[in-house]
Design a protein around this ligand. Sequence first.
Ligand SMILES: C[S@@+](CC[C@H](N)C(=O)[O-])C[C@H]1O[C@@H](n2cnc3c(N)ncnc32)[C@H](O)[C@@H]1O
Length: 274
Amino acid sequence: MSMEPDRKLDGASLQRLIALVKKHTGITMEERKRELLSSRIRPRMKELNLSTPDMDYLDTHKHEIQKFVNVITTNETIFFRTPIIWEYFSQEFLKSWQKKNTDQTLRIWSSASSTGEESASIGMMCEEFKRACPTFKYRIYASDIDTDVLEGARKGMYKERSINDIRARMPELYTRYFKNHNTAEPQLCDAILSNMEFFVHNLHSRGAHLTFFDIVFCRNVLIYFNDQDQELVLRNMYASLKPDGVLIIGESESLARLKTSFEYTKPLIYKRAA
Ligand SMILES: C[S@@+](CC[C@H](N)C(=O)[O-])C[C@H]1O[C@@H](n2cnc3c(N)ncnc32)[C@H](O)[C@@H]1O
């Protein structure tokens, strides 16, 4: 491809760029995203002093691939996004799981966890449940394809906008589960962080070690994949779940038109079919 940093991508370059995005992230981009794509790669091109970047650049500079993935992905998220699923998780799922699994540790996978607000929300709900049921044990596995977003999440530190939002909407949870909550650098409490593991993972690959999860959150990421790839990701999810495991998807996603082995339970909630 050749493109000067502030010029528009021509048709052929755009096609090659779309193919690169697909190859390295599994994301299917449409041509109408031309502006978005150019604006995301432009800063890195400038840093590399590439006025006419070569599409083969990633082949010869492998260490640039992860940087490319990090700028291409959309990481929008907030704490407790989509209230109905949090109601389900705290009021139904945790209670019924605990009844059936008194001595076990609940295994949860936040599979496109972005900057960590989702996994932190899961942690806060688990700690709330623990207040009523002190023997309850849980472990949260949080992954994303983007290495940059995992850095803050690992430390339990979040963007200012997210912190302002939870502080306003859920002040009790915020003060209970964040240390330094009166400072400019609040941090998720150790009780939750010590129950979390973070790792890089592309949902398009199987991940043989990712098994026996009781529940998988796969929210607001399927939407970036074409139907065939969504089915592939959902087959991977199926293999990662326990036989009666639960899958939670995002508010603008649906499995209705896809061929999967999940059974609809209620909006956004599915069960792994036997
Ligand atoms: C819009 S965020 C959703 C965050 C959170 N699950 C939520 O619902 O608020 C989508 C995340 O999916 C990640 N992602 C995109 N493609 C992926 C892939 N192939 N494998 C794993 N994560 C991916 C992005 O890096 C991004 O952080």
